[in-house]
Ligand binder design. Structure first.
Ligand code: PMP
Length: 354
């Protein structure tokens, strides 16, 4: 039986993408060769890379706006330092909204001054700071759009007079935004895009080339831009699966179509959390993430029954991160409304029994 997969990442991907990906590992489009045994310089793979790069820009509405899409390696964690390596000359600003922001800040401090413009650390990151002032003269301002661990999500983005950089690892392609507000977006593939192993970087070419330091080739965005994301052997399988997922999303009607389903899923679970006294939400209501719903059980004696019922229903990946505890229901693009419905039924049944 296929499980209802609420895992925080790596996580659920569309079934049809899984099937096509599995087929391509055996035989890529009837070529008699596997996707993973052909040269990355072959026309078949170059076409896959180019399709993936242009789909990313198309879905984000950034085609012909001076951006380049790259599929890099080293995870979003490498972008924490690559961003600073390429863009931080003197001073950068960071909004500290969780573990991943903190890690990005730590890396940036190796390269220059980092101003923590605002932080929600004093409340274990259960809200998004608002109403803060952004200092003038920053090399860039960095945000994390969705805080995977704490289940908070930025609903509004500041207008800034410097490049705006955003880690969108856990909500890329899930909601419509004016993506042209951002100068650099990065996202590890392993949530809404594909298997772990590649990171999408969408960068506005005009912001590069301004720092005085020398940048090692592999960490220099210009290297990858000049080589069409093929400076070294790319992670062919994650790029292929990302391409399939983006095609799937485009066929569904793009980001605005999936956003509607994502809102329904989020409304369903958050209404249950709010109505059902057995559960309490972790994140501040106005900052709740549509991707990761974090909640606790208020009556510990019901935990065993809840866990058992979830297991019996084939629900996977509901444990909260160790720094928050409780539960976390991750509802990425490929998770169906039906799966959320099954979880919500178990939650409301628990109230009736308890
Ligand atoms: N940023 C966010 C928002 C994340 O959720 C994660 C990991 N899940 C990362 C960065 C780190 O990504 P990676 O493991 O690809 O380095």
């Amino acid at each position: 039986m296929k499980k209802h997969n609420f895992s925080a990442g790596p996580c659920i991907l569309p079934q049809e993408v899984m099937k096509k990906a599995a087929e391509a590992v055996i035989d890529l489009n009837g070529s008699g060769l596997s996707l993973i045994e052909i040269s990355h310089r072959s026309s078949a793979f170059v076409e896959i890379m180019e399709t993936a790069r242009s789909l990313a820009l198309e879905l984000l509405g950034l085609t012909e706006k001076g951006y380049t899409a790259l599929f890099l390696q080293g995870g979003a964690s490498t972008q924490f330092l690559a961003v600073a390596y390429n863009l931080l000359e003197k001073k950068a600003g960071y909004l500290n909204t969780g573990t991943w922001s903190l890690k990005a800040i730590k890396e940036a401090r190796l390269f220059g001054d980092v101003v923590e413009v605002a932080s929600s650390q004093e409340k274990n990151f259960n809200y998004i700071p608002k109403g803060y002032d952004i200092p003038k003269g920053l090399d860039y301002f960095h945000l994390t759009s969705n805080n995977t661990i704490f289940g908070t999500q930025l609903k509004e983005f500041p207008t800034v007079d410097c490049p705006l950089i955003c880690d969108m690892s856990s909500d890329i392609f899930s909601r419509q935004l004016d993506f042209s507000k951002f100068d650099l977006i990065y996202a590890g593939a392993q949530k809404n895009m594909g298997p772990a192993g590649t990171t999408l970087v969408v960068v506005k070419d005009a912001i590069l080339g301004k720092v005085s330091r020398k940048i090692p080739s592999m960490l220099d965005y210009k290297t990858h831009i000049s080589k069409d994301s093929m400076f070294n052997t790319p992670p062919v399988f994650p790029v292929y699966v990302s391409m399939l997922t983006m095609q799937w999303l485009k066929d569904l009607g793009g980001i605005s179509a999936i956003e509607e389903t994502n809102e329904k899923k989020a409304n369903l679970i958050y209404s249950e959390i709010d109505l059902n006294p057995v559960f309490s939400g972790f994140a501040a209501k106005e900052d709740r993430s549509n991707m990761n719903a974090t909640f606790n059980i208020t009556d510990d004696t019901l935990k065993e029954t809840f866990d058992k019922n979830c297991k019996e229903a084939g629900i996977n990946g509901l444990n909260g991160h160790r720094s928050v505890g409780g539960y976390r229901a991750s509802m990425y693009n490929a998770l169906s409304l039906e799966s959320v419905g099954i979880l919500v039924d178990i939650m409301s049944e628990l109230e009736r029994k308890g």
